[in-house]
Ligand binder design. Structure first.
Ligand SMILES: CC(=O)N[C@H]1[C@@H](OP(=O)(O)OP(=O)(O)OC[C@H]2O[C@@H](n3ccc(=O)[nH]c3=O)[C@H](O)[C@@H]2O)O[C@H](CO)[C@@H](O)[C@@H]1O
Ligand SMILES: C=C(OP(=O)(O)O)C(=O)O
Length: 434
């Protein structure tokens, strides 16, 4: 099995070109099923989740071909099925976008339950509520469910909670539905806006994406064309944080700085010096970091996906920091791993109290999900000795090549192969020694 080994690193110097957004690509690729003509997507990252969608696309008859220049051409003209393989749909989170994208066309979609990172509870009740309002019915089986709608009709939907997934799913379903759909309490995330922009470019009639009320007037068909995926703001944020952990200066390029507003504000509060241009952001740090309080929120608030790397950063900030996780109250699997490395973190409900400044030491630790992986990479850069991270496959769900990118800015990090049983034993011992 693969593990990541890293040593204390820094100061970091250099720039990292940021890949296209995972979360946007997951939505855009499914959205291609709504089109009548081929779609060329620029900037789709080459990561695990995307490769699963390529397989799903091929299973249902939509070819998805990577070009030499990295573009992906998706051809929906031969889609013949809306039966999504159960195991494939459960191997990542956003498989449910195939419901919104295929329901109007086929009237029936069969699909496995959503997978993705496990934060104890990730309900899909708002997807159900929205799609039911548009005329869909759901039948649940042990490891898959079937969604049916003889006809999808526009509806007025008020989300009980702000959710990017349900906003996108209902928006997809509404594009070819009959009549007008209004999504109230919609998520304002850049990935929602990116999806709406692409669909409008191809002939959909969506207004208000980026605000909390989105209006969609159903159209008879949409065409295809070319679209460039937005940059991955979450990966950009994690590289900026690495400058705080290890010192030095890190520039992320090919980004949209506006998408990182709350992250930039928080890093500035913590003591990083931030400069940005039209498409780049530079974070520099002398190593003097201030403790802070953070409350995660839906966009434009501080993203839950940046909470885990931020926790690593705050272990290096003198004083007591408090992180309040409001989106996924149980998203703290990384804390036990950081404690193994010597971090002083106390949990009270969905809040982490971090006493920063305690020296970290290298240990065997496990990344249970993508951002826990980023968190541990950052912590490893600050730790004395060698940090060994298992669970590399989770990190690969989100990053095209995290090792190469972190190495290019000066981190001492490498990928190695070890015997799985030996790694298990090392992890067990490190958890006892904690
Ligand atoms: C593939 C993808 O885009 N994943 C992102 C997406 O996940 P995902 O789309 O699953 O997350 P949502 O935006 O839907 O979830 C936001 C909040 O709404 C709640 N909720 C959601 C749906 C629902 O039907 N009922 C409900 O209560 C969730 O538990 C959570 O507290 O947004 C999350 C929150 O920014 C990010 O962490 C994920 O990286
Ligand atoms: C939670 C995440 O992903 P997913 O929703 O795909 O599990 C993430 O990207 O941090």
């Amino acid at each position: 099995m693969n593990i990541i080994r890293l040593e204390r690193s820094g100061p970091l110097h250099g720039s990292v070109k940021i890949q296209g957004s995972k979360n946007s690509s997951l939505s855009l690729m499914a959205a291609c099923c709504l089109c009548e003509d081929p779609v060329t997507l620029s900037g789709v990252p080459d990561i695990y989740d995307i490769r699963v969608i390529e397989e799903i696309a091929s299973d249902i008859g939509m070819t998805a071909q990577r070009q030499e220049n990295g573009d992906m051409i998706l051809d929906p003209r031969s889609i013949h099925s809306a039966n999504i393989d159960k195991a494939k749909s459960s191997s990542y989170r956003a498989s449910y976008y195939f419901i919104g994208a295929l329901l109007a066309r086929f009237g029936k979609v069969s699909i496995g339950f959503p997978g993705g990172d496990n934060f104890v509870s990730r309900p899909i009740d708002q997807h159900l509520k929205g799609l039911k309002a548009m005329g869909a019915t759901f039948t649940f089986h042990e490891d898959y469910y079937v969604v049916e709608a003889k006809k999808l009709t526009g509806a007025d939907i008020y989300f009980d909670t702000i959710t990017s997934g349900a906003t996108i799913n209902c928006m997809l379903a509404a594009v070819l539905a009959e009549g007008r759909t209004v999504l109230r309490g919609a998520a304002k995330d850049p990935e929602v806006v990116d999806t709406a922009i692409m669909l409008n470019e191809f002939g959909a009639n969506i207004s208000g994406a980026g605000t909390d009320t989105i209006r969609i007037t159903g159209v008879k068909h949409i065409e295809g064309g070319h679209h460039t995926v937005i940059p991955d703001r979450l990966i950009a944020g994690s590289f900026l944080m690495s400058a705080g952990v290890a010192g030095g200066s890190v520039t992320v390029t090919d980004v949209i700085p506006d998408h990182l507003g709350s992250c930039i504000a928080k890093l500035t509060e913590i003591g990083l010096h931030i400069e940005y241009g039209d498409q780049s952001i530079t974070a520099s740090s002398t190593g003097k970091l201030k403790a802070t309080r953070v409350r995660t929120a839906m966009y434009p608030g501080f993203a839950t996906d940046l909470q885990q790397p931020l926790t690593a950063l705050l272990t290096q900030a003198r004083g007591r920091s408090i992180i309040n996780e409001k989106i996924y109250p149980h998203r703290f699997q990384h804390v036990a791993q950081l404690r193994r490395m010597g971090a002083d973190i106390e949990m009270r409900g969905s809040a982490a109290f971090i006493r920063g400044g305690a020296p970290l030491k290298g240990s065997w630790v496990h990344a249970s999900d993508i951002r826990a992986g980023t968190c541990l990479i950052l912590a490893g850069m600050a730790a004395e000795g060698i940090t060994t991270i298992t669970g590399v496959e989770h990190i690969e769900r989100g990053y095209e090549d995290a090792i190469r990118a972190f190495r290019s800015i000066g981190a001492t990090i490498r990928l190695e192969q070890v015997d799985a049983a030996q790694a298990e034993e090392k992890l067990r011992i490190s958890s006892i020694q904690q």
